[in-house]
Ligand binder design. Structure first.
Ligand SMILES: Cc1cc2nc3c(=O)[nH]c(=O)nc-3n(C[C@H](O)[C@H](O)[C@H](O)COP(=O)(O)O)c2cc1C
Length: 194
């Protein structure tokens, strides 16, 4: 099983990096599952100006888009790390998604958010978008609210995840559920392909 942890923000000093360290550190306990960080900083895509990928699946406009599309394609499921910007999710994430389409089909997605309401508004929007990508957006999410967000900001070492310990039971629920769906849908996709 191959799960991607998608870091949806790229700005200098981003909080998402702390969440990425936490999620990937937690994931090490899952034997036989490969967790891969997909950092949108490593995928500098132009603003979308192409043909709708819905009509031209996997026909990539340039090498950078192809690299991103092929990256997304190889996963069985996703954990999206979702910041909330002005009650929505980040533009850089939407831009990246709009360059692709079929790569996400029939795969589950879960969310970890943070902010004044734990990223809840951004995550709800992303669930709606996921439906259009023919994904399975899952119920379990982790919401890092100010009780953990603010102390985490005070931590000088962004790789020290101890402050997130109270949220770990929720991350476990999310991960266990995501793996169930990722396995079930991979079996179904493999059957369809045969
Ligand atoms: C442009 C902008 C808009 C923001 N709007 C919200 C918001 O609507 N709700 C919220 O909870 N936090 C908001 N914040 C605070 C972010 O949740 C906080 O900066 C968080 O760390 C963003 O994730 P990042 O550091 O990975 O970029 C906003 C931050 C920025 C930069």
């Amino acid at each position: 099983m191959h799960i991607q942890v998608i870091n949806g923000t790229t700005r200098e000093g981003r909080f998402s990096e702390r969440i990425a360290h936490w999620v990937l550190g937690f994931a090490k306990q899952y034997d036989g599952v490969e967790f891969e960080l997909v950092d949108l900083r490593d995928h500098p895509l132009p603003f979308f100006d192409g043909t709708a990928p819905m009509w031209t699946p996997r026909q990539y406009a340039n090498d950078e888009v192809a690299r991103f599309g092929r990256t997304v394609d190889r996963a069985d499921g996703y954990i999206v790390l979702a910041a909330e910007y002005n009650h929505g999710y980040s533009a850089v994430l939407k831009n990246a998604m709009d360059w692709t389409y079929a790569e996400w089909h029939r795969k589950p997605v879960s969310f970890v958010g943070w902010g004044s309401v734990g990223g809840a508004r951004a995550i709800e929007q992303l669930r709606q978008v996921a439906v259009e990508f023919e994904m399975a957006p899952l119920r379990h999410a982790v919401h890092i609210a100010p009780d953990l967000y603010l102390p985490a900001l005070e931590q000088p070492d962004p790789t020290d995840s101890a402050v997130f310990a109270p949220a770990e039971p929720f991350l476990k629920l999310l991960t266990d559920d995501l793996l169930w769906w990722a396995g079930a849908l991979r079996t179904a996709r493999t059957r369809d392909a045969a």
